[in-house]
Design a protein around this ligand. Structure first.
Ligand code: NCD
Ligand code: ZN
Length: 484
């Protein structure tokens, strides 16, 4: 206390939530960081104060899986509309996926995207580079160009990024392992689902459930298991995106038990929607991996609660209304927006489960920050942390209305759902980006890339003597000559 420094902002009266505690305390912010936390009378003088009585103060959510479509698909989203949606959802950092136009596979494409993001972003962000044949020659240049990690598509999805063969995947893992960067995987095996889709189309099926029939659990289970084996062999760190089935939990848990550096996320739609919703929602619910049978939901919740699944992300995948409402399911674009509704929906669902808001903070902020080397600058509200804050009314009943969301994609399977919690203010590094449910337009461009604060532990390389680089650069007789 008794700092002689003036704070820029002091927030009084709120309930500050961390994974270990909930405390009614004040929080002082200076130069974008948390300066002090404590009783109101210990706070320094401030240029501005905010009364948060009755509200909860959470570390802003870190959504490690969004598609903001910029550059390439402005009718779906751009970096301004996407990060505005994040701000309204209490999300203060996003990791944006590389399936834009062009795909982020080269340092030139990455540099161009950095310019776009810097100009438009309301919240902080990390940019992913794609990992596959087109980027294998650029791994170090992409890392130097400023990425949060790599994304590898084991299965085809929106943007038609070709999925690498297992051979190319092994080489890719070998190249990324020494960099320490984490590889996030769309873990669905392309050859299985492509074959099934072809057969389903030939049989004349165009109904929504045909999408699920093309991609049964085994599509994901086989991919998770294979990715874990390649990570174990090479030492690469991996993250399993959008876990949709309870069946995937076994290869995930087994890999963790073997010491593989593997993490996983699930998304609200896998916890809250099921195959029972396809008839009602038709193309709107089409997403990869598919929303599955209701029996999965409880097991996914339990896996979050026991730590097998590490975090919650959204796979915010916006598309225009006409792209989601075509009659033939095979022609409907996959995915829907979610960055803005994750926090309200999760907090609402957890109150029904008697889940703790502290657990939510762990899954939405702490674990993502730790997994990508941003903690405790991000993902925590401790003295010295970035003042990335979601101020939430935990007792505000409202109904999700697609017409009113910030995202350009005014169509989602969450339309009409009831929520009991609502972010009221969102701050990024001490600055309001959303205040009283109003976008702070002068904060456009305030967001910045978090790659520069990322501190991943050094990469660990296993079986280095077998890598493609090792076997093609060695003189096989070198050892024999030296010892004879
Ligand atoms: C995503 C998209 O539209 O970019 N779609 C989806 O169904 N999830 C791609 C992806 O994350 O696989
Ligand atoms: Zn995906």
């Amino acid at each position: 206390m008794t700092s002689t420094q003036h704070a820029d902002l002091v927030i009084h009266g709120g309930r500050i939530v961390s994974p270990d505690s909930e405390r009614q305390e004040s929080i002082a912010i200076k130069d974008g960081r948390v300066l002090a936390i404590g009783a109101p009378d210990t706070m320094p003088a401030a240029h501005e104060t905010l009364d948060a009585a009755g509200l909860h103060i959470l570390p802003g959510a870190i959504d490690v899986h969004v598609h903001f479509r910029d550059p390439g698909y402005p009718q779906k989203e751009d970096f301004a509309s996407g990060t505005a949606a994040a701000a309204f959802g209490g999300v203060t950092t996003v990791f944006d996926m590389p399936n834009t136009l062009p795909t982020i596979a080269t340092p030139e494409a990455l540099a161009a995207k950095h310019v776009i993001a810097k100009e438009k972003a309301y919240v902080d962000y990390g940019l992913y580079a794609v990992l596959g044949e087109p980027s294998l020659d650029h791994i170090d240049a992409l890392v130097e160009g400023g990425i949060i990690g790599f994304k590898l598509y084991m299965g085809n999805t929106f943007g038609k990024v070709p999925s690498p063969t297992t051979g190319a995947m092994l080489e890719a893992f070998e190249l990324v392992a020494p960099t320490g960067k984490r590889i996030s995987l769309h873990a669905e095996t392309n050859s299985i689902m492509e074959r099934r889709e072809t057969r389903l189309r030939e049989s004349g099926r165009t109904d929504p459930l045909a999408h699920l029939a093309a991609r049964p659990d085994v599509v994901a289970v086989e991919a998770v298991a294979r990715a874990a084996i390649l990570a174990e062999w090479t030492g690469a760190r991996i993250h399993i995106l959008h876990i949709s089935s309870s069946a995937e939990l076994r290869p995930l848990a087994e890999a963790k038990a073997r010491g593989v550096d593997i993490t996983g996320e699930t998304c609200p739609h896998y916890l809250m929607l099921s195959s029972d919703d396809y008839e009602r929602l038709r193309g709107v619910i089409r997403v990869n991996p598919p929303v599955r049978e209701a029996v999965n939901q409880e097991k996914l919740w339990a896996a979050l609660e026991d730590g097998t699944i590490d975090m919650i992300a959204t796979d915010h995948a916006p598309h225009a209304i006409d792209e989601k409402t075509r009659a033939d399911i095979w022609t409907v674009d996959c995915g829907f927006p979610g960055v803005e509704t994750q926090m309200p929906l999760m907090l609402t669902a957890m109150s029904g489960r008697q889940g703790s808001i502290r657990d939510y903070v762990k899954w939405s902020a702490e674990k993502p920050a730790k997994t990508w080397g941003l903690y405790p600058r991000k993902g925590a509200l401790d003295v010295g942390s970035d003042a990335d804050i979601a101020i939430v009314d935990m007792n505000r009943p409202w109904t999700i209305d697609d017409a009113l969301i910030q995202s350009r994609a005014k169509i989602s399977p969450f339309h009409g759902m009831r929520a009991s919690a609502l972010p009221i203010h969102t701050l990024v590094r001490g600055r309001f980006v959303m205040k009283d449910r109003i976008l702070q337009e002068d904060s456009r461009g305030w967001g910045g890339s978090v790659h520069s604060i990322q501190a991943m532990p050094p990469g660990e390389v296993r079986n280095g003597e077998t890598t493609m680089a090792a076997i093609t650069s060695h003189d096989p007789f070198a050892n024999i000559e030296a010892t004879s």
